[in-house]
Design a protein around this ligand. Structure first.
Ligand code: PLP
Length: 365
């Protein structure tokens, strides 16, 4: 058995595997329509969204692209807040749709500087602001409620938040946040198979999508929004992924949200406590910004992330993720999202410590 502690796709509960292994529903049947209405209502409850979310058949990046394609046009002025690789992903996608893009970069491992943001918002007027809640490259949760309050105080911009790696792992309240678009995906803390993106729209965002020119047939939200109002989808969805997601949504509410969020927080706390006094690794995120989904460990210069990852996989049957972008060899990332026990986290931590010990001493190959 592999202890999969990577950053997604995450392990699936047996009931989810069973649901995926059933014959595909016809997406034009009443049974699908009823299941779709139930699942999207559950997913809306998860984040206190005003309306059921849209389910697109694509990974999280597809959900981000479709959302940006549907709210940003060549005339839009866009601001992106980035403190890591997933913030940079928003920059890359947005740059395909508008030339008028301002980017605020913040230190990886830290969060957004609200005073700097306030200053920026007073200098320019934006149509859309893009940011990430859970920055999976550094293991940081950005304080979205504070950020959106700052944006709202100075701007009418639509606020789009990437919640791909926090949806299902930590409390998200779309109304309290005052966010307009949230984009999640099935394969992380929702403990569902890879293949669907979840997009939530505020009333304002829905109006924007309705008025925005439909510049593409598939990766634009308008057809998905119109179909979702009839509890359906415009094109053939990833039906077996949906069936797995339906089972996962049931399990999420059966566990109960407070217990679920506590389990994620406990996993994060264990990872941080375990390496608190370690002389070869330290957590990338400051404690007050620690993600409950992913713990990123910064390695001392003598260590190689890919070498540690390979040894964990071959010698311990534990899979972790290396860093991303410039941090690729300097960081390893432990995923604790969705379907896991704290014992599995402890087992992974022990193995990581052993491997780091071996690698530091130059033992073995
Ligand atoms: C995983 C992830 C994504 C999207 O990844 P996909 O592979 O396209 O599903 C986007 N943002 C964050 C923060 C992520 O962790």
């Amino acid at each position: 058995m592999i202890n999969n502690r990577n950053t997604g796709p995450t392990p699936l509960p047996p009931a989810v595997l069973d649901a995926m292994a059933q014959q595909p529903l016809s997406h034009r049947s009443n049974v699908f329509r009823e299941a779709f209405a139930a699942v999207t209502a559950q997913l809306a409850r998860l984040v206190n969204a005003p309306d059921p979310g849209l389910l697109l058949s694509c990974s999280g990046t597809g959900g981000l692209e479709a959302s940006i394609a549907s709210t940003v046009s060549a005339e839009s002025r866009v601001l992106v807040l980035s403190a890591g690789s997933y913030g940079d992903l928003l920059v890359r996608i947005a740059s395909r749709f508008t030339p008028t893009l301002d980017i605020m970069h913040f230190n990886p491992g830290g969060t957004f500087d609200l005073a700097a943001l306030q200053k920026q918002l007073m200098q320019a007027s934006y149509d859309v602001v893009l940011l990430t809640h859970s920055e999976s490259s550094t293991g940081v949760y950005h304080p979205i409620a504070l950020v959106t309050a700052t944006i709202r105080a100075h701007s009418d911009a639509l606020v789009l938040v990437d919640v791909v790696s926090s949806l299902g792992a930590a409390p998200i309240d779309m109304v309290e946040w005052g966010a307009d678009v949230l984009v999640g995906a099935t394969q992380k803390a929702l403990m569902a198979p890879a293949g669907m993106a979840v997009v939530y729209l505020s009333a304002r965002a829905q109006r924007c999508v309705e008025q925005h020119p439909v510049c593409r047939d598939y990766m634009h939200l308008r057809p998905w929004l119109e179909a979702s109002r009839q509890h359906g989808v415009p094109y053939t969805p990833a039906v077996n992924v949906f069936q797995g997601l339906a089972a996962a949504a049931g399990l999420i509410f059966a566990e109960g949200l407070p217990a679920r969020y506590q389990r994620h927080q406990d996993a994060s706390a264990r990872c941080r406590a375990f390496f608190a006094d370690h002389d070869r690794v330290c957590c990338v995120a400051a404690p007050q910004h620690a993600s409950h989904s992913i713990t990123a460990l910064h390695l001392s210069d003598v260590l190689s992330a890919s070498s540690i990852k390979n040894r964990l996989e071959y010698e311990h049957h534990i899979v972790v993720s290396t860093g991303l972008g410039p941090l690729a060899e300097r960081v390893i990332r432990i995923g604790h999202m969705g379907h896991f026990t704290l014992e599995e986290i402890d087992e992974a931590l022990q193995a990581i410590a052993q491997v780091i010990e071996k690698e530091s001493c130059g033992y073995g190959d």
